[in-house]
Every structure is written in structure tokens, then in C-alpha cells.
Design a protein around this ligand. Structure first.
Ligand code: PXP
Length: 250
């Protein structure tokens, strides 16, 4: 059934920069992409400044901060270098993510429970600079409780395992992962009703409906599939099509 209360859409524009970096030229421009996404109805723009600078570059982050009219969500690893940049840029949101140089994309959630002291300090620093802070975590009660204890404003639940089960056509595993995400949202709301719960990773027009129907999810961050669709339908249409898929029942 279609309901009006669906999550917001944050568009991750990293892979516009991936295309640019593949040739070492200055097009396509991620800032222009962000503008088109916003005009097409994106509620926020997400970008990940990776330590290896494989897609987004430092100058993109500063230019984006000037240009975005919605909300900027800057994903970074919890390192001194990245925290310094984020404190200069002061995006509306900073999302702390785990990072391994050899990975193709962010593979798992942040191990919050194991580094509570470090993350508490970093979150306080970023909040003092004026940003709100989200932690990208696996949908596990232990990590959610640790994120709350660290003073995070939001969590973003990793939907990668749900997406991968779908790609592998393992429907029972996909249902299991969906149930895990639902339970995590419920747990988070019970533990701290002020905590904002977002989700993302590996979401596509085909698999987003079930996640978008979960009550209590505030925003979905979607990048790769949306930029891939843009190759065939154009970026504005891709944003609109993703929003439509988020409203559909499955
Ligand atoms: N959320 C976080 C924290 C991420 O690191 C990523 C990938 O950069 C995404 C969402 C978007 O994932 P995808 O590109 O698979 O849609």
C-alpha cells in the first residue's frame, strides 16, 4: 500500500566524481550533479571524502558546501585529518564510516562498541564545530547502544547485507536481513526516541520499497544505483524514479 510517510532521500553523488577521476578531467562536475538532484527532489546531498581520494576531492567538498541548498552529509573516516576538514567545512551532517583502502565500497558498519572513547571525543568535536553526527553501523543492538552512549545524533543502518542477499536471489536471507533492520529501528527508538535513524547502502529501485516502508526510518542515502540509472534515464529522472520506488509497495 502507498503511504505518504516515507523516508527522505539523500543522494550520494560520489560516483559522478568516480567518472571524472577515471579520466583525470574536470567533468562531470559533482556540484552540478548535486544541483540537478536537488531540483529533482533530493532532500539532501551525501559525499564521501575517502582517505585515498578515489572519487571526491577536497575541492569538491568546499565547493559543495557553498552550493548545496538542501543539506550536506559529509561521510568521513574517524581520523584526525578528516575531522579537521569537517570542522572547517561545517556540513549540516557528518557521517562517520569505517574505511579500508583495499575495499571497493564501505563493506561493514563502524565498530562503535570497541572505540567508544575515541568516537565520543570526535563526535563532541564535530558537534562543537556546528555539525550533527551520524554513525554508519550494522543493524545490531550492541552498536546502536554504543552509538547512543557516544552522543551520536543519528545512526545510519547498513543495508548492504539485505541488498546482497537480494542480488544472490536468496529470498529467505533477504527477509532475515530485513527483519534485522526492522528490529534495529525498533530497538533504537525504544532506547532513545530522539535518535534519528537513517539507512543506506546497496539500495536500488528494486529493493528500496521494503526498506522505505519501515516505520521510523528518517532518510535513505542512495548513490551507486541512482547514478547508474542516470546513465540511461538522466540524473533528474533517476532521482524521480528512486523517489517513486520509495513510495511503492513491494
Ligand atoms: N551510506 C553510506 C554510509 C555509504 O558509505 C554509502 C556508500 O558510499 C552509501 C550510503 C550509499 O551506498 P550505495 O552507493 O551503495 O547506494
Amino acid at each position: 500500500m502507498t503511504t505518504s510517510k516515507r523516508p527522505l532521500l539523500g543522494v550520494n553523488i560520489d560516483h559522478v566524481a568516480t567518472l571524472r577521476q577515471a579520466r583525470g578531467v574536470d567533468y562531470p562536475c559533482p556540484v552540478e550533479a548535486a544541483r540537478i538532484c536537488e531540483q529533482a527532489g533530493a532532500d539532501g546531498i551525501t559525499l564521501h571524502l575517502r582517505e585515498d581520494r578515489r572519487h571526491i576531492q577536497d575541492h569538491d567538498v568546499y565547493a559543495m558546501a557553498e552550493a548545496i541548498t538542501t543539506r550536506m552529509n559529509l561521510e568521513i573516516a574517524a581520523t584526525a585529518e578528516m575531522v579537521t576538514i569537517a570542522c572547517q567545512v561545517k556540513p549540516a551532517w557528518v557521517c562517520l564510516v569505517p574505511e579500508k583502502r583495499e575495499e571497493l565500497t564501505t563493506e561493514g558498519g563502524l565498530e562503535v562498541a570497541g572505540q567508544q572513547k575515541l568516537l565520543t571525543d570526535i563526535i563532541a568535536q564535530l558537534q562543537e564545530a556546528g555539525s550533527r553526527v551520524s554513525l554508519f553501523i550494522d543493524p545490531e543492538p550492541k552498536q546502536i547502544a554504543a552509538a547512543i552512549a557516544c552522543g551520536a545524533d543519528a545512526i545510519e543502518l547498513h543495508t548492504g547485507a539485505y541488498a546482497e542477499a537480494g542480488l544472490a536471489n536468496d529470498l529467505s536471507q533477504q527477509q532475515h536481513e530485513l527483519a534485522r533492520i526492522k528490529a534495529a529501528v525498533d530497538f533504537a527508538q525504544t532506547e532513545n526516541s530522539d535518535l534519528i535513524v537513517n539507512a543506506g547502502h546497496g539500495l536500488t529501485r528494486d529493493n528500496v520499497g521494503a526498506i522505505a516502508q519501515i516505520a521510523g526510518i528518517y532518510e535513505l542515502n542512495i548513490g551507486h544505483a541512482l547514478i547508474a540509472d542516470a546513465v540511461f534515464m538522466g540524473l533528474a529522472e533517476s532521482v524521480k524514479a528512486m523517489r517513486a520506488a520509495m513510495r511503492s509497495s513491494i
